[in-house]
Design a protein around this ligand. Structure first.
Ligand SMILES: *Cc1c(COP(=O)(O)O)cnc(C)c1O
Length: 370
């Protein structure tokens, strides 16, 4: 193949944003400062006026959310086995125990029907994940949390720009965590943001973000709790501000491209398509499932031969050595294991063309047609 590889994703960063980054670099103030504050204000606007604080990663936001919720040793947090491993790692990081609940194969998100059976007297929080930007049903989720007096830390790393019942993800609920990793729908290269519930003092969140330092008007300071080193730079915030201007357009473009995949993928290929949600989902990824008999490694290699990048997001996390070592085993979460073993991520990003979608569809036909 002579055509260059079509990657699974590529950030869209405009010249105005690049100029804004250069201006920050020339300004003499390159770490957290006015750009971070402006970025937080713009994110708060997106989130219905709720307080938002920016971080240097989505992993840091999740960890700080758990700490702010008072979760630690002896506590259990319920989440999904089908997510980026960061989701469960942060539960371990704060000393708590991840309790996994299998997915609903129809949504590939945590099965809301099964959550209550996993709740114990030690359960303190639910950590749902909006995989591929498809939101977990917020009405049912918060009904469960309310009945059992649990906190919710929404891992919305993949769902900025998505909505539930017409309301933007982040504009309601308990803690909501976004990631701005390079591959996410909105990027700061690396970064994240935490939307705070009304009972959490944003100043406390800021101390958890930066060494626990509290500064007073007279210039003195104190440290009365252990904080991390999780602040975002102004350089990164300038990227984020440029991205936010395009978020609606990025989401619309992703939806349009996902629709094209549904129209143009050959149904004879026996791919299992993701849920066709064009109202709530932000189409962070387009992920068909391969037929069970198909060798995924060979498929990925053959697609690369055709010039098409293919990703895997994600194998079920309880099968990783670290989690097996904690007692998890194969067979425990059969739906997550099946999806995790068959899922492939096809190219989908705002700068992709219709012709690119056709290229992917042609390559799939060449590789999969019996
Ligand atoms: C990307 C991601 C994270 C972690 O975000 P980082 O910014 O990479 O730390 C957490 N959970 C999910 C579901 C993600 O996709």
């Amino acid at each position: 193949m002579s055509a260059p590889l079509l990657p699974i994703t590529r950030p869209s960063i405009d010249e105005e944003t690049i100029a804004a980054v250069c201006a920050v670099l020339r300004s003499g103030w390159i770490t957290s400062g006015p750009k971070v504050q402006a970025f937080e204000a713009a994110l708060a606007e997106l989130c219905g006026g709720r307080p938002v604080r920016a971080f240097n990663s989505g992993t840091a936001t999740l960890e700080v959310a758990l700490r702010l919720a008072g979760i630690g040793a002896g506590d259990e947090v319920i989440t999904t086995p089908l997510t980026w491993v960061a989701t469960a790692n942060v539960i371990l990081e704060v000393g708590a125990t991840p309790v996994l609940v299998d997915i609903d194969p129809a949504t590939r998100n945590i099965d809301l029907e099964r959550i209550e059976a996993a709740i114990t007297p030690r359960t303190r929080a639910l950590m749902p994940v909006d995989l591929a930007g498809l939101p977990v049903d917020r009405d049912r989720l918060y009904a469960i949390a309310g009945r059992h007096r649990l906190r919710v830390v929404e891992d919305a790393a993949q769902s900025i720009g998505a909505s539930w019942n017409g309301k933007a993800i982040g504009s309601s609920g308990d803690f909501v965590s976004f990631s701005f990793h390079a591959n996410k729908n909105l990027t700061t290269c690396e970064g994240g943001a935490l939307v705070l519930p009304a009972d959490i003092d944003p100043a406390l969140c800021e101390r958890r973000r930066l060494q626990g330092v509290q500064r007073f008007a007279d210039g003195s300071m104190d440290v009365d709790l252990l904080g991390g080193k999780f602040n975002l730079t102004d350089v990164a915030a300038a990227v984020g501000l440029g991205q936010l201007r395009h978020l609606d357009e990025f989401t619309a473009r992703r939806r349009a491209l996902a629709r094209l995949y549904f129209e143009r993928l050959d149904p004879a290929l026996a791919l299992e398509l993701p849920p066709a949600d064009f109202a709530n989902c932000n189409w962070h990824m387009f992920q068909p499932l391969l037929p069970a008999a198909c060798d995924r490694g060979a498929f990925i290699a053959a697609m690369r031969q055709q010039g098409i990048g293919v990703g895997v997001h994600y194998p079920a996390l309880h099968l990783f050595s670290l989690y097996r070592g904690l007692g998890f085993r194969a067979g425990q979460f059969p739906h997550a294991e099946s999806v995790g073993a068959r899922t492939v991520t096809l190219p989908l990003f705002p700068a992709m063309s219709e012709a690119d979608v056709d290229r992917v569809c042609r390559a799939l036909r060449a590789v999969l047609k019996p």
